[in-house]
Design a protein around this ligand. Structure first.
Ligand SMILES: NC(=O)c1ccc[n+]([C@@H]2O[C@H](COP(=O)([O-])OP(=O)(O)OC[C@H]3O[C@@H](n4cnc5c(N)ncnc54)[C@H](O)[C@@H]3O)[C@@H](O)[C@H]2O)c1
Ligand SMILES: [Zn+2]
Ligand SMILES: [Zn+2]
Length: 361
């Protein structure tokens, strides 16, 4: 029996989001229905609403969530009803060329539920990142459910489902930050701050936070930043070089997703250093760089998809580190809100007032 629940949809480009009745089918083969307990508001949800990702409106927003598995379809063995899970948006296939090369975190054939959730009139919904968790219940592929220790509150655990994992992974997986490294992070929202927390966890000796908002820089310090630079007032490339003996940082993480901040990252790194782009650009953005500088500066220019994480490996490990007091995930939750407050949360995000607003159901 399909169920009717409440969920937040983005009806059209730049239109305000609203709460609607959503029809959630019973799980088919390989699928699961999850009772959502918490879902964070990520910048990517705002990109969806603004039409910056695809134009497949209406979207069922929300993708940074934790909850309890309610029911599973045929053939599902990894999770069972009652399991506490974090939802991930890259369910690994195990069979594509990336998986077969032993690099499942790059999986080129990640999958979502086959059936569609709809409005009551039958209109099919596009779930954000294949999840759609600003809803009391959602239908996903069972592989999108990663079981973790239920001792952690859903509002905190759910953050690992997107931005916080992307940031931590940008530092520890993609950037391969190690003990003693110097790291700079440009853009200190939820993703950038998580990169700072990840660099701290990995033993970076110097962590330089860059943002245009002093409030963000103050929070970045609580996540482990050793130095802060307001790039509205100070040239961040010069400042980062000055703080690293005149050379630049070993790893620079760009967590804004703009050409100008990418260029800053490119020039703020030491020779043979690494740039990690975790911020997501929009389709019209272009980058121009002297090719000789790309060659002459050497090193690695990498992008980080979801922090190059493997949910089954990384989510339980990070939850354990959190429980041991080594990863302050709770600091990312600025406020908890209701389903009908998502539009307001976008405004607050836009105004730079929050790190994460988390819808609690
Ligand atoms: N790669 C991935 O898998 C992945 C996953 C989640 C989010 N993201 C992307 O990461 C980016 C950041 O997401 P978020 O949730 O932290 O957003 P956010 O809005 O919370 O944070 C963005 C931060 O960048 C700062 N900023 C804006 N312009 C700047 C500039 N010119 N110089 C320095 N700082 C500047 C803002 O003050 C803010 O603190 C977004 O582009 C988002 O889509 C990527
Ligand atoms: Zn694969
Ligand atoms: Zn996200």
């Amino acid at each position: 029996m399909a169920q009717e629940v409440r969920g937040v949809i983005a009806p059209g480009k730049n239109e305000p989001v609203r709460v609607e009745t959503i029809v959630v089918p019973d799980p088919g083969p390989g699928e699961a229905v999850v009772r959502v307990q918490a879902c964070g508001v990520c910048h990517t949800d705002l990109h969806y609403k603004q039409g910056g990702i695809t134009d497949e409106f209406p979207f069922l927003l929300g993708h940074e969530a934790a909850g309890v598995v309610e029911s599973v379809g045929d053939g599902v063995t990894d999770v069972a009803p009652g399991d506490f899970v974090i939802l991930n948006w890259r369910a690994v296939c195990g069979q594509c060329r990336a998986c077969l090369r032993g690099r499942p975190w790059y999986c080129f054939n990640t999958h979502n539920a086959k059936q569609k959730m709809t409005l009551t009139d039958g209109t099919e919904l596009s779930p954000a990142l294949g999840i759609g968790a600003f809803a009391e219940k959602t239908l996903v592929a069972a592989g999108q459910c990663t079981k973790v220790d239920p001792a952690v509150s859903p509002a905190v655990a759910g953050l690992l489902g997107c931005g916080v994992m992307a940031g931590i992974g940008a530092a520890i997986n993609t950037g391969n930050v190690g003990r003693g490294d110097s790291v700079a992070v440009i853009g200190c929202g939820g993703v950038g701050d998580a990169a700072i927390a990840g660099a701290y966890l990995a033993g970076a000796a110097k962590i330089i936070a860059v943002d245009i908002d002093d409030r963000k820089l103050a929070t970045a310090r609580t996540m482990g930043a050793t130095h802060t630079v307001n790039s509205k007032e100070t040239d961040p490339v010069e400042a980062i070089r000055e703080l690293t003996g005149g050379f630049g940082a070993d790893v620079v993480i760009e967590a804004v997703g703009r050409p100008e901040t990418y260029k800053q990252a490119f020039y703020a790194r030491d020779l043979a250093g690494t740039v990690v782009l975790v911020g997501v650009p929009t389709p019209e953005m272009k980058l121009e760089l002297p090719l000789l500088d790309v060659f002459g500066r050497g090193g690695a220019l990498k992008s980080s998809w979801y922090g190059d994480c493997l949910p089954s490996r990384d989510f339980p490990m990070l939850i354990d580190l959190h429980r041991q007091g080594r990863l302050p995930l709770e600091k990312f939750v600025t406020e908890t809100i209701q389903l009908d407050e998502v539009e307001k949360a976008f405004e607050r995000m836009h105004g730079g007032d929050v790190l994460r607003s988390v819808v609690v159901l």
